[in-house]
Design a binder for this molecule. Structure first.
Ligand SMILES: NC(=O)c1ccc[n+]([C@@H]2O[C@H](COP(=O)([O-])OP(=O)(O)OC[C@H]3O[C@@H](n4cnc5c(N)ncnc54)[C@H](O)[C@@H]3O)[C@@H](O)[C@H]2O)c1
Ligand SMILES: O=C(O)C(=O)C[C@@H](O)[C@H](O)[C@H](O)COP(=O)(O)O
Ligand SMILES: [Zn+2]
Length: 387
């Protein structure tokens, strides 16, 4: 028998609940409430069956408009958002109506953006269907789409009215996507919760399946890290009153400066969580070089990420191209690059304006590491779901 559902309360300015459990899709309507007449169900196009199952629950209470979206990052474009606005307009969606998203982080980012921008903001409930979506993308209110210049460059903060993490949805998720989600889980381990690292280091990676109690604990711990950070600094204005020196919400961007540059260089054909894993190794090497962390902590990055099958190396794009992409990272200020690094385990801090030589040297290390980052179509990324 699976453990009972748990509710994690997000106690910010606009409080909401994150429900975690198995077979908890009935909770979506509870979180939507009686306000909406119409509900737009924006779902990852591949998830027709799951969308049908959710729509059947919602039609009991609402007039449902189901819209299948293009797969993965192809959904995060201005054109797809415009198609959704068109559809909402045709069906006469008003401010009391709502959006529900069902899919991975790409779907919740696009759907959240549509909800945030339609009539300047309508209610949205996220139903993440990937590990990454559950532990990260669906929580915290960041929404966004990509532009030619880079990843997530257009978006707004728009907190959901609720999040339903139904672990049963992960049963069909390809193993490679589950592993990619572990990239963001381990990020949370490094920046805030070392117990996450210990759990992964002491569990056989093959046992990290959707029904495993350890995976469930990892999900709940990673969500707790994210909630704690976003409640303290929702709009990423920097710092947190209770922890001097903490970078605030930017801490969640650990590993992301290089990750986003790599994703752009590869035409968004890679898994975000994989790119984040490589990005974490890169900033660990940077911190090792600048003396912020010791060899043991830098090596721990490579070891624990590779242990679960995440990539730690990347040798695709030239350093100059990646540097140019990193200059439009949202943490940059003017011509100054800023990176989140560790000053110790669980102690994120900002490294502003590092020497280009240090960046280049850290990238040279990453270029030589195995396993390397690969995209869909590679043998490691086969379609097998969980064992
Ligand atoms: N807003 C945030 O705070 C935030 C945080 C982290 C990541 N993100 C964004 O999230 C995106 C990555 O999310 P992702 O890793 O979930 O990728 P994704 O949304 O691209 O989904 C990965 C793949 O899994 C498929 N899929 C989804 N659920 C499935 C299921 N249950 N069964 C079978 N297949 C399924 C999708 O169709 C897709 O092909 C990136 O765009 C990233 O920028 C946003
Ligand atoms: O929620 C946040 O804040 C994060 O940084 C979480 C990241 O994992 C996520 O990928 C986010 O979308 C990146 O934000 P961005 O501002 O760099 O686009
Ligand atoms: Zn991320």
């Amino acid at each position: 028998m699976s453990a009972p559902a748990r509710t994690i309360a997000v106690r910010g300015a606009s409080p909401y609940d994150v429900v975690v459990g198995r077979d908890v899709l009935d909770r979506v309507a509870d979180l939507l409430g009686d306000g909406p007449t119409r509900v737009a169900l924006l779902f990852a196009g591949e998830l027709g069956e799951q969308a049908q199952a959710l729509a059947e629950r919602l039609v009991e209470r609402y007039d449902v408009l189901a819209l299948g979206l293009p797969d993965a990052e192809q959904a995060k474009t201005a054109a797809v958002a415009a198609d959704c606005w068109e559809a909402l307009g045709e069906r006469g969606f008003t401010r009391s109506d709502a959006v529900v998203t069902l899919g991975g982080g790409a779907t919740t980012d696009l759907g959240g953006f549509v909800a945030a921008s339609w009539l300047r903001g309508v209610r949205v409930v996220h139903v993440p269907s990937t590990l990454l979506g559950m532990v990260d993308a669906a929580v915290g209110g960041k929404t966004g789409i990509n532009t030619a210049a880079g990843k997530n460059l257009v978006g707004v903060f728009h907190e959901p009215a609720g999040v339903v993490c139904d672990l049963a949805l992960l049963d069909t998720l390809p193993r490679a996507d589950l592993v990619a989600g572990l990239g963001e889980v381990l990020k949370c381990g490094f920046i805030a919760d070392p117990e996450i690292l210990r759990l992964v280091e002491t569990t056989d990676p093959a046992d990290l399946t959707p029904t495993s109690p350890v995976l469930r604990e990892l999900v709940e711990r990673a969500i707790a890290v994210k909630v704690d950070v976003v409640v303290a600094d929702l709009k990423e204005t920097g710092g947190r009153a209770d922890q001097p020196g903490h970078p605030g919400r930017e801490a969640l961007n650990y590993g992301h400066t290089l990750a986003h540059a790599i994703e752009r260089a590869e035409g968004y054909a890679l898994r975000h969580g994989d790119a984040v894993a490589v990005g974490c190794v890169f900033v660990a090497e940077l911190a090792r070089r600048t003396g912020a962390i010791d060899d043991a902590l830098a090596d721990r990055h490579r070891d624990v990420l590779a242990r679960v099958g995440l990539p730690v190396g990347y040798a695709g794009a030239d350093f100059e191209d990646l540097l140019a992409a990193m200059r439009v990272d949202k943490k940059a200020r003017g011509s100054q690059l800023r990176f989140v690094v560790l000053g110790g385990l669980g102690r994120p801090q900002v490294l502003a304006g590092p020497d280009e030589a240090d960046l280049r040297a850290a990238y040279d290390v990453v270029r030589g590491l195995q396993p390397t980052l690969v995209g869909p179509g590679d043998p490691r990324t086969d379609e097998d779901p969980q064992p």
